[in-house]
Design a protein around this ligand. Structure first.
Ligand SMILES: Nc1ncnc2c1ncn2[C@@H]1O[C@H](COP(=O)(O)OP(=O)(O)O)[C@@H](O)[C@H]1O
Ligand SMILES: [Mg+2]
Length: 219
């Protein structure tokens, strides 16, 4: 049984209401898509470098991921979900169109937002994601671009919310580096006394990390 209550009606809502009206702009590369003109009944719950993610009150169990650029990426994401199969730490592909995917909704917040809110990130979240990534490898995928905005947590459980780059080749060290920072830094400081980290500081850290990695590759 589908987690959608009315598949065909929802498809019409997406294709006739959401997509034609919503405005997605990529203002700067490596910064999330900026969303304007959200039609009534819809809410944007997040955005990344490629897409913005919406929910509609009539179908609370799913999200609609609308691509703002790189439609090739959408096709790849469909393939990745098919190859991944089902696993509790991942979302699931429900349906898709030319510019959008309908995915199972994951509850909770991203690790990035947990730091911003001053919510403690338990070790079980890190462990769940490690297990989930091993599972992806066992399905022939390559965990790529796994970072604080692509991982969510809810009630001490970890979830990987964005697998769109798992088809890529090569080694991506973001998750490994995040795990190192978790044990070397976070567990000794914020874990003990969770305080809210300003978004500006989190973004500064994100950009500095990218810069440092680029520099390291050149040396
Ligand atoms: N299945 C989902 N359930 C709940 N929230 C989601 C889901 N997919 C994405 N999101 C939210 O939307 C944001 C952007 O989605 P993401 O797939 O990472 O887009 P991009 O591929 O552009 O990076 C995520 O950081 C997360 O906050
Ligand atoms: Mg993302």
């Amino acid at each position: 049984m589908s987690i959608l209550t009315n598949e065909s009606e929802f498809k019409v809502l997406i294709e006739k209401e959401l997509i034609p009206n919503v405005n997605l702009k990529s203002e700067r590369p490596n910064n999330p898509i900026v969303v304007k003109n959200i039609p009534e009944g819809w809410k944007c719950i997040g955005s990344g470098n490629y897409a913005a993610v919406f929910i509609h009150h009539s179908e609370p169990n799913v999200v609609v991921k609308v691509y703002g650029k790189d439609l090739d990426g959408l096709e790849k994401e469909v393939q990745v979900y098919k190859q991944l199969g089902e696993h509790p730490a991942y979302s699931k592909l429900i349906q898709f169109g030319e510019k959008y995917l309908v995915l199972k909704r994951l509850e909770g917040i991203t690790l990035y937002n947990a730091l911003a809110n001053g919510d403690r990130i338990p070790e079980s979240v890190i462990k769940d994601v490690n297990i989930a990534l091993k599972y992806a490898i066992s399905r022939g995928l390559n965990p790529y671009d796994v970072h604080g905005k692509n991982v969510m947590m809810k009630d001490g459980r970890g979830y990987v919310v964005d697998i769109s780059d798992f088809y890529k080749k090569g080694k991506d060290e973001k998750w490994e580096d995040l795990v190192k920072a978790y044990y070397k830094l976070y567990k000794k400081t914020l874990y003990k006394v969770p305080i809210k980290i300003p978004l500006k500081f989190l973004d500064f850290t994100r950009h500095s990390y990218r810069f440092y990695k680029k520099l390291k590759r050149k040396i």
